[in-house]
Design a protein around this ligand. Structure first.
Ligand SMILES: [Fe+2]
Length: 268
């Protein structure tokens, strides 16, 4: 190689190395609502893709437990499309004392052995929601959590049909893997939609959470992470926990545990 190319090649190499994931970010949000009586801490774990977080998954479960979540939500892609779920199941077993709810992502839906995978997840104590809702009581407040399976297109769902899965007027949460179906989600009668899938846009502009490209979205879409207003309710998108995507590393985009705190309305 001509020596003149060594300088830009070195700069690019250094920039890539500097941007590789080195830790898990803990991202915190809070929502006030008159539907909760006491504070509830919700952890969102998505898109683990069977990533290895050390022996017994402690590099993930220790920071997670340090946040003292009351509830864990997993909106899909926790396992891979092939037979790789050992790390995922290890993590699920390690947090099984916390009420946990899961819906599928596209990578799980690709699997022919999905029923067997679901059986293994259920045996870890995680409640699987696939076109159904469950009511749970946390800190004296009832929450209703609904999950829908990850299908390929928004048009395969109907907002009224999803709304009809909810049975109570509790705080309503919908788990749905794909984040960018905001028209659909805005017409569902729920308070919060929790998604993943975008992996934060895979490569971010350094120092920001502006992701370059997420599946099924245009460049620099805003629906790669964060919390967004919908026509009704809010949409929360996790950047997920896998460190690379089929050998393409994340850059300037650490894996993420989201902690959402639901708070009662302030007394007047
Ligand atoms: Fe994913």
């Amino acid at each position: 190689m001509n020596a003149i190319w060594l300088i830009p090649a070195g700069v690019i190499g250094a920039a890539v190395c500097a941007g590789l994931p080195r830790k898990i970010d803990i991202t915190k949000y809070a929502i006030r609502t008159d539907k909760v009586k006491n504070m509830i801490r919700i952890a969102v774990l998505s898109d683990l893709h069977n990533e290895d977080y050390g022996e017994n998954m402690e590099k993930l479960t220790v920071p997670l437990m340090n946040e003292h979540p009351d509830l864990i939500l997993m909106p899909g892609d926790m396992a891979e499309e092939r037979h790789h779920q050992d790390n995922t199941l290890k993590m699920m077993r390690a947090v099984s004392h916390i009420p946990s709810f899961y819906s599928t992502g596209n990578h799980e839906e690709y699997r022919r052995d999905l029923p067997e995978l679901k059986k293994q997840i259920a045996e870890c104590g995680v409640r699987i929601l696939s076109g159904e809702a469950a009511v749970t009581e946390i800190n004296g407040t009832r929450l209703e959590i609904c999950g829908i399976p990850c299908r390929r297109r928004e048009s395969l769902f109907d907002a009224d049909e999803i709304s009809s899965l909810f049975r109570t007027d509790s705080y309503r949460i919908l788990l749905s893997h794909r984040p960018h179906w905001v028209t659909l989600y805005g017409n569902v009668n729920c308070d919060l939609v929790v998604s993943g899938h975008a992996h934060g846009g895979q490569w971010c502009i350094p120092g920001t959470h502006v992701g370059i490209k997420a599946p099924n979205q245009r460049l620099f879409s805003k629906y790669t992470c964060g919390i967004h207003d919908l026509k009704k309710g809010k949409l929360l998108i996790s950047r997920g926990l896998v460190k690379d995507y089929h050998h393409i590393p994340r850059l300037y985009n650490n894996p993420e545990i989201v902690i959402l705190t639901l708070l009662p309305e302030e007394q007047k």
